[in-house]
Design a protein around this ligand. Structure first.
Ligand SMILES: Cc1ncc(COP(=O)(O)O)c(C=O)c1O
Length: 395
């Protein structure tokens, strides 16, 4: 692996060399389904299980196909350690675990997170005695006050928030978090390492729902946590003890997904930009959100952080609330209705009954999610066809 290779080259080759078969190197990544590995001697098994010697013993401790996927993700995010998990939710859970949160520690969350991430923190982790606080991370003065006064043990944010696509002034956030001694976890699902590499900018841990853009085809669920070397032991302990490992077939699919990520993601982002512009100019929506559109309140920092790729999500505010949203979804013909994103197919989601169904109407209102909010995860179809389908459904 050459350290000068670009992201496009790494997407094709990273991880391929983790699994080798002597002098014969398979071109495609081999799929190891075995749950255990027969080690030559008890002495060697002891060393493998203690981590002193690299190798495989039991699939919950490690699997070569999964290791190849993790190695690729570490390379793409410029991480020193990493694990793969059974889902994106498990990856967030593992990141919290890696931060070693204990009773009375404060976990600070961006208010604009995927609903289940907020619920995981407030219910599962809240029940362990830690304190959980949410804040508007776009209000940097308020954020600074919390960091200076309360020194949270860790904080979590999404690089582009779900679903209103807000972007935080990340370099400033990192500076403030460093001063406060707060560990920074970034959910990079919406952005992928193609748009931003949060570890390079100073984050401590990065999580992904690999179910989304990394897999890209809606056929594999998985998660990833990558980060600085000091998290290695706790991340691996999480896998061994909590057991939420990624299956080898899913790892194989996700690793294959990486090979086309740059082509898919760049095209999907370009489609999204075109669609967002068309929808904005149609005048049929109260609001159209896309990170790079000048009407988005955080477009300046989005441009600074991401350049010309703005991601592949467009969110709109329909006139007429829930009734209008339901009839819009039912009238869509090309755009499917499904509770995911990142696939090659364009999909529509209604946050009130899906991603943010467990938030109260007041909590949703604070985030800016209304009864008229719909989210479009743009795929690879012709943006003109998508525009027509959406405008036909809204009228
Ligand atoms: C930003 C974000 N993070 C994490 C998750 C959870 O991922 P998974 O569904 O793979 O558990 C999701 C799911 O939609 C998400 O949108």
């Amino acid at each position: 692996m050459d350290s000068r290779w670009s992201m496009e080259t790494l997407l094709i080759h990273a991880g391929n060399d983790v699994v080798t078969a002597g002098p014969h190197h398979p071109t495609a990544l081999p799929l190891y389904t075995s749950t255990s590995f027969q080690v030559e001697s008890p002495e060697l098994l002891d060393q493998v299980m203690s981590g002193k010697v690299a190798g495989y013993s039991y699939a919950r401790h490690g699997n070569p196909t999964v290791a190849a996927f993790v190695a690729a993700m570490m390379r793409l995010e410029e991480a020193e350690t990493g694990i793969a998990t059974g889902s994106g939710m498990a990856a967030i859970d593992a990141a919290f675990y890696a931060c070693d949160l204990g009773p009375s520690d404060l976990l600070l969350l961006s208010r604009d997170l995927y609903g289940a991430s907020l619920n995981l923190a407030s219910t599962v982790w809240g029940n362990t005695g830690i304190r959980v606080l949410t804040a508007d991370f776009c209000d940097l003065d308020a954020l600074q006050e919390i960091l200076e006064a309360q020194h949270p043990k860790a904080l979590l944010l999404e690089m582009i928030s779900n679903p209103l696509l807000k972007v935080v002034d990340f370099p400033r956030l990192i500076e403030m978090a460093e001063k406060a001694g707060t560990q920074v976890i970034v959910d990079n699902t919406f952005t992928t390492p193609l748009m931003v590499q949060p570890l390079v900018l100073g984050a401590d841990l990065v999580v992904h729902s690999a179910t989304k853009y990394i897999g890209g085809h809606g056929d594999a669920m998985g998660g990833v946590v990558v980060g600085k070397d000091r998290y290695h032991d706790r991340l691996h302990q999480y896998l061994k003890l909590r057991g939420s490992v990624l299956g080898p077939f899913e790892a194989w699919l996700l690793h294959r997904g990486l090979k086309t990520l740059s082509v898919r993601f760049e095209r999907q982002s370009a489609n999204a930009l075109e669609l967002a512009g068309n929808l904005l100019h149609s005048g049929h929506f109260d609001k159209v959100y896309y990170p790079l559109l000048p009407n988005h309140p955080t477009s300046a920092i989005a441009r600074q952080l991401f350049g010309t790729i703005g991601g592949a999500i467009v969110t709109m505010e329909l006139k007429g609330g829930k009734d209008a949203a339901y009839s819009f979804i039912k009238r869509l013909k090309l755009v499917g209705s499904a509770t995911t994103l990142g696939d090659v197919y364009t999909l529509c989601l209604y946050p009130v009954i899906a991603s943010h169904r467990n938030q109260t109407p007041e909590e949703r209102a604070l985030m800016g999610i209304t009864e008229g909010t719909v989210r479009i995860a743009v795929g690879l179809e012709d943006p003109e066809d998508l525009t027509q389908d959406i405008l036909n459904a809204v009228q």
